[in-house]
Structure formats: structure tokens, C-alpha cells
Design a protein around this ligand. Sequence first.
Ligand SMILES: Cc1cc2nc3c(=O)[nH]c(=O)nc-3n(C[C@H](O)[C@H](O)[C@H](O)COP(=O)(O)O)c2cc1C
Length: 371
Amino acid sequence: MPHLFDPFRIGRLELANRILVAPMCQYSATDGTPGDWHLIHLGHLALSGAALLIVEATAVSPEGRITSGDLGLYDDANERGLARVIAAVRAHSPIALALQLAHAGRKASSRAPWDGGAQVKPSEPGGWQTVSASAVPHAEGEAPPLALDAAGLAKIRVDFAATARRAARLGFDGVEVHAAHGYLLHQFLSPLANRRDDRYGGSLENRMRFPLEVFDAVRAAFPPERPVWVRVSATDWVDGGWDIEGTLAFTHALKARGCAAIHVSSGGVSPRQRIAAGPGYQVPYAARVKAETGLATVAVGLITEPAQAEAIVANGEADAVSLARAMLYDPRWPWHAAAALGARVQAPPQYWRSQPRAYKDLFENAHFGQR
Ligand SMILES: Cc1cc2nc3c(=O)[nH]c(=O)nc-3n(C[C@H](O)[C@H](O)[C@H](O)COP(=O)(O)O)c2cc1C
């Protein structure tokens, strides 16, 4: 049996294999509430054969959205909308579901990527005033965020906890706290964005303080038997920025607080980043985090080939892989990986007859007859 299709556990959450669907913003919600697009999009990814579907960055408050189309889970209408999507997925797929909890900080109030992705200034229609660790804009010429004061920090902790409670009520199997890609929690970690001189800035310990407080608030708000984990950027790809040493210290601190896994990405905090992108380019960071912290580790980033994914897990570089773009391009990627690697995968009975003649034992429990 290939290792990629070995069962896996994040905390007490049992997963059928080690293929995860990475979180992917759709910028297609209305006032944070998902509609038919999410039903179709998450519905078809739920039939992929992956073990876990991590629902896109979901804002804990309206001002925490990257764009005005971001998914949110801060009011009852958002919760009702997600309940409809989840009910449809659960009715037709055994896939585990997690929600990524997010606050965009100074990268909030943006246009959707297909509208250019630029900042919408607070003075422009549809824009709003952003907040961050410090009043330092993401890019030169952008309207600066407001530096959060004690009341602002407290509100964000409460918002994360409230969204975690809604996620629990919706039946999510786990939550991922988004501390990567230059969004609010990463803005606290990175010395490029965090210029505070209070107990939330300066030393590594101080810069980790707010993200760890948010983790604690989420962990306390989500049922103890269900896992909470964190997505990090392992490096800013900028000299003097957040780096792998900080990531290791942060992961150790998270592990001590009951974090169930770490999802290792990179970049996003500075337009000065110089990313050496290539196949599996973030895997060495995941491998170091796994080797040095022993926490369950998920690798992501340009993992596109079944043999490549299999090697990452078989070599012990990560416990699981997550795929984003490859999964959009080919939503049956896990089926094709199972076929290529000689494994079996769950598929819905409605599709069992599609099993190719060359892979007679591909779909678990598949059987059909006709008169
Ligand atoms: C359309 C799209 C939306 C994304 N949205 C999110 C998101 O909501 N949260 C997040 O942490 N990463 C997000 N990402 C990053 C992916 O999760 C992933 O880390 C990245 O695309 C690299 O993996 P890949 O090479 O398999 O695509 C997004 C990527 C894409 C392509």
C-alpha cells in the first residue's frame, strides 16, 4: 500500500488518507454568506476522494475580510448559509471538514484577484479602515492600518472564539487558525510588520504572544475532542523577516498548548519577498518542522504529481500533503493518484461505473448490477 493512502490522524480526527484539500478563497460570498457557488465548489471538491477539505479563509469579523466577497462566520446569516452547504456535503460525502479561521489585518479591504487585487482605500466606495500590529502599510503608498490597542486586541480574541463556537455548532471536524500569508496573525509574528514596543512586539516571545493568545481562545472555544491546528508561513523570503527559526519556536509553543498539527506554507507579508518557487519548494520547511518538533505536519505548495506526494509522505518529510491549484485543475486528483499508485479510494456510488477497466479495484466497495 502506498503511504499516501495510509490512514492518518490529526488529534482524534481520523482521516482515510493523507491528501488534504488546501483552503482556497473564492471571493464569492455576500456579506460573508456563501451561496450556490460554494455549494457547487465545495460539493465537487467533497467528491474528490481527499480525506479532509479545509474550507477557505473565513473571516471572524467583517473588517477581517480580505475582500468584500470573502466568506465570514460572524453572524447568524453566515451560519445559516454555511449550514446549507455543509448539509449538502455531508449528505453525499464522507470527507472530513475543517474551517480556516482568518483575519486579514492590513491586507483587508482589497479587490478580488480578478479585479486586480489592489487595496481599496478607506475613503473609496466599499473600502474600510484596516487594523494591524503596527501602523505600517503592506506596500508603499497604501493607506496605513491602525495599530491595535488593548481593546482592539481583546475584541479580535473574542471574535476568533465566537467564530470557533459557530464552527463547532455547524459540525466542523476541526479548525485551522490562519497565521500565514501576511494576514493579521502573521503580521504580529513578522518583524517586518510588527514594530510595537509593548509586550506584543520586539522579542520573538513578544511577537508570538498575540497569535498564541488567539490560538488559546480558539482552542478553549472549540470542543476538546475536535482538533485545532495552525497554518504558518515558515519564512517571509525577506532578509530580517520571519524565518524558520521563529517558526520552530512558534510550533513548539503551539504544541505545548494543544495544537494538533501544523500546516507549513510561506510568504505573503511583504512585496519585497523573493520566492524560490519550484516543485515542492516549501517541503524542506515542513520537513524541518516535523523533525524538530514532532508535531503532525502538513506540506503544501506545488505538489502536483502522485509520485511526488507519495515520496514526501514515504520519506517522512511530512505526515500529509495539501493541494490547492492542482485540486481545482483536477478535482479527481486523489482518484488518479490512487490509480497511479495502486491504492483504493472512496467514490460516490453514482460514479462507480466510471472505474476504468485497467483499475478494476480502484473504488472501495464498488459494485453494481443491472437487469
Ligand atoms: C484560488 C486560491 C485561493 C487561496 N486561498 C487561500 C486561503 O483561503 N487560505 C490559505 O491559507 N491559502 C490560500 N491559498 C493558498 C493555497 O492554500 C496553497 O497554499 C497555495 O496555492 C500553494 O499550494 P498549491 O501549489 O497546491 O496551489 C489559495 C490559493 C489559491 C490558488
